[in-house]
Ligand binder design. Structure first.
Ligand SMILES: Cc1cc2nc3c(=O)[nH]c(=O)nc-3n(C[C@H](O)[C@H](O)[C@H](O)COP(=O)(O)O)c2cc1C
Length: 442
């Protein structure tokens, strides 16, 4: 920063940028119209949107609901899906940026399409810098900016995607603090700070593609690029999770009994969860688990038959009619309305046969236990994708009814039902995990 501090000058422009437009020319006329004569060391922040528009990066959205379509487009364009939940898709773009919906923009793009990020923001920044130098004889830095969220912090800020003519990072490692202690990790994200500063004078509802930042003191620091700000994957501690992530993923599973209406469980999420279920340990190296996805008519046919059976059981126990009605209604509220209903089971065909009841029972229990492990995996992975599950006992109490209605073999042992959907309200977080009372030395 110079002694006079830093000035941040918005440079609004009413011109709608079209594919093929010359951004250097537009920037020069905008500066002139605002009576701003650039000087050496000025930095121009350029909204990535106008760079993308000039590049002609507007694409048609896939058909359907626009939000889902934008998400689908982000998936198609992504190098990798980093995280996914019903309300957000975070991807790593081919450039290496990690952003919600891969930074694909649908607001203020002048139509129904969506705008991809600039192809090469550093190259665009360098070209603008060169164009400005040729026209003005001044050394002007350029930062191409976009709006990104940050992990663990609310709100979005402007960040630097492309940088030319100024440092991207200010490396303070090797220096000392006021107390003379060595600075070991400080690397200031200078270009991100410049991008965020520019946003102080820009509003989404005003066309302000350019902002001039004057008075930065970057003397003696080498120029950088936007790519300098991307943490190499080899340093990414979060990609592989680690033990803490595994504990959190497990703790995140909560029984959810009320689902958001109209939010479908995507087929690829269900497939990922069932694939995880299939990694459960099982006796004799078998793969005994099955997940039957109940279609609408099948679901109601099965639930009707189970209700008749349950009613008969409860009447036999002497339970009053109104109590039975209440219990059935409570169960229906989950099982008949859940966006997906799975019937999990284990196949006992490959269980070993024993002549005595003690060992036959142990063998059956082991297969059922393996089913429990698979179901836990399924639920944990669904929870990691932001979907809630309720594992309901139901079918375990009427296996014959289930096998009859669905024409299943006698070796199919039902393990309850699993209702799946987006939670109607976020499930409450668990308290701290503790092994107290569960682990004993003997
Ligand atoms: C084998 C099994 C059967 C269950 N059956 C039911 C059920 O019939 N109805 C129900 O509301 N919850 C059922 N649950 C869910 C438990 O009530 C729930 O796991 C427990 O309250 C702990 O809450 P959490 O899952 O959020 O940790 C069942 C859970 C398991 C493991």
């Amino acid at each position: 920063m110079s002694r006079d501090g830093v000035s941040i000058i918005p440079l609004p422009s009413a011109q709608r940028v079209q594919p093929g437009d010359d951004l250097t020319a537009l920037l020069l006329t905008t500066l002139e119209r605002h009576g701003v004569a650039p000087v050496d060391g000025d930095v121009v922040c350029v909204a990535s949107k106008v760079v993308s528009l000039a590049e002609g990066a507007l694409v048609d959205l896939p058909p359907g609901d626009p939000r889902a379509a934008r998400r689908e487009l982000a998936r198609q364009q992504a190098a990798e899906v980093v995280a996914e939940a019903p309300w957000v898709l975070i991807t790593r773009t081919v450039h290496g940026f990690v952003a919600a919906n891969g930074g694909i923009d649908a607001s203020n793009v002048g139509g129904d399409g969506a705008l991809l990020l600039p192809r090469d923001p550093d190259a665009s920044a360098a070209a603008l810098r060169a164009g400005l130098a040729a026209a003005t004889g001044r050394g002007i830095g350029v930062v191409i900016t976009d709006t990104f969220g940050r992990p663990w912090r609310r709100g979005q800020t402007e960040v630097a995607l492309g940088v030319a003519g100024l440092p991207a990072l200010r490396d303070e490692r090797g220096g000392v603090d006021l107390d003379g202690r060595p600075l070991e990790v400080t690397e200031a994200a200078l270009a991100d700070a410049v991008a965020a500063a520019a946003d102080l004078v820009r509003r989404k509802d005003t066309g302000t593609p350019f902002v001039l930042v004057r008075g930065l003191d970057t003397a003696g620091l080498p120029d950088g690029t936007g790519a300098d700000l991307i943490r190499p994957l080899s340093e990414d501690l979060f990609a592989t999770g680690g033990p803490t992530a595994a504990e959190r993923a497990v703790a995140r599973r909560r029984t959810v009994r009320r689902f958001a209406p109209g939010v479908a469980v995507p087929a690829h999420v269900l497939a990922a969860a069932v694939a995880a279920a299939g990694t459960a340990p099982a006796p004799h190296g078998t793969r005994p688990w099955r997940f039957l996805r109940l279609r609408h008519a099948t679901r109601h046919r099965l639930l009707d038959a189970m209700a008749t059976r349950w009613r008969a059981d409860l009447l036999g126990d002497g339970v009053a009619e109104e109590v039975i009605a209440r219990r059935l209604a409570r169960s229906d509220a989950v099982l008949r309305t859940a966006p997906e209903l799975l019937l999990p089971g284990v196949r006992l065909d490959e269980a070993h046969h024993y002549p005595d009841e003690r060992r036959r029972r142990a063998e059956r229990d082991l297969f059922v236990l393996s089913g429990g492990a698979a179901l836990q995996n399924l639920q944990v992975v669904l929870a990691a994708h932001g979907f809630g599950t309720a594992w309901i006992s139901s079918t375990a109490f009427c296996p014959d009814t289930v096998r009859d209605v669905l024409a299943l073999p006698a070796a199919f042992e039902p393990l309850g039902m699993v209702a799946v959907g987006a939670p109607a309200t976020p499930p409450p977080p668990r308290g701290p995990l503790a092994a107290d009372g569960l682990l004993a030395d003997v």
